[in-house]
Design a protein around this ligand. Structure first.
Ligand code: HEC
Ligand code: HEC
Length: 239
């Protein structure tokens, strides 16, 4: 497994040792070079075997780039990816982000989740209306009316494994420097939600069929842009 995983060498990162692992007669295309990534982020999404791998195909390019850089620079922790991305240049990370942003892949079916009516109502209230008194904006304000994300740096929330989303919320609540930036709008929101609210929302999201595509007309309001300013600044730092 690790041998295959290390073979993402591209022109931007000509590691001679890694390159030697690639079969000689394979065409040097992005699809070939990204095969080690697709082993985990592939079409089948390994939903049955290990429901933890997040989907990356079709996510906003700026978001993917930020995350790849977070993994490479140690602001998000996942060792197999850190190893793969070590010494990869920003330019090549951007190329990967663009490749996966443009990739169309079928979504997994919704997860089977058992929620009470009260939990469903709670989730729908937070997702569509937030909680003004506690300064929690509706999820759709940033993640888009269809919950499919807002270009260029807010990801969609449908088609993601429930355990993956729970883990992200856990890290945002408890983590010190999760995903690198402070202030981090998502981490602030995660800290405002109770564990019951988080569980209800995550269960609801995982149980939805994917509704469509990101609406390119969706934009963050000035207020939401301010809340997430650190991430926007990070997204601007292009090579
Ligand atoms: C061994 C399995 C594995 C491999 C190989 C792998 N990933 Fe990942 N990837 C994961 C897991 C697990 C996470 C979630 C980690 C976490 O908990 O934050 C992740 C997260 C991501 C994310 C963030 C997704 C999001 O929605 O925030 C991106 C982007 C990503 N991977 C891209 C890649 C790319 C590009 C490659 C190839 C260079 C790659 N991954 C290789 C397992 C893998
Ligand atoms: C103020 C804007 C804003 C609001 C409101 C918001 N989010 Fe987010 N969310 C973001 C941003 C920005 C990111 C990307 C974080 C990063 O780049 O590190 C994100 C990321 C996420 C992710 C990670 C997805 C992935 O692929 O890893 C999840 C899950 C999430 N948000 C859930 C929610 C839920 C549920 C709500 C409503 C309770 C919500 N968000 C409300 C801005 C927002």
């Amino acid at each position: 497994m690790m041998a295959a995983v290390i073979a993402i060498a591209g022109p931007a990162y000509a590691g001679g040792v890694n390159r030697a692992l690639a079969p000689v007669d394979v065409p040097d295309t992005m699809a070939e070079r990204m095969k080690p990534c697709v082993a985990c982020h592939g079409r089948e999404d390994r939903m049955g075997r290990d429901a933890y791998y997040p989907r990356i195909a079709g996510k906003p390019e700026g978001y993917l780039f930020n995350q790849l850089r977070n993994f490479r620079d140690g602001h998000r922790y996942y060792r197999p990816m850190a190893l793969l991305l070590a010494n990869v240049t920003d330019r090549y990370l951007l190329e990967m982000a663009a490749y996966f942003a443009a990739l169309e892949q079928p979504y997994p079916p919704p997860e089977r989740v058992v929620s009470t009516l009260a939990e469903i109502k709670l989730a729908e209230k937070l997702i569509n209306h937030g909680d003004t008194a506690r300064k929690i904006p509706a999820c759709i304000e940033c993640h888009g009316k269809e919950l499919m994300g807002t270009a260029p740096f807010v990801p969609g929330l449908l088609g993601l494994p429930r355990v993956y989303m729970s883990a992200q919320f856990g890290a945002w609540r408890n983590g010190g420097l999760m995903r690198g930036q402070t202030p981090d709008c998502m981490s602030e929101i995660a800290k405002l939600l109770t564990p019951e609210e988080t569980n209800a929302v995550v269960a609801w999201l995982a149980a939805q069929p994917v509704r469509g595509k990101m609406d390119p007309a969706d934009r963050l309001s000035i207020e939401m842009t301010k809340r997430c300013s650190s991430i926007i600044e990070q997204a601007r730092l292009r090579p």
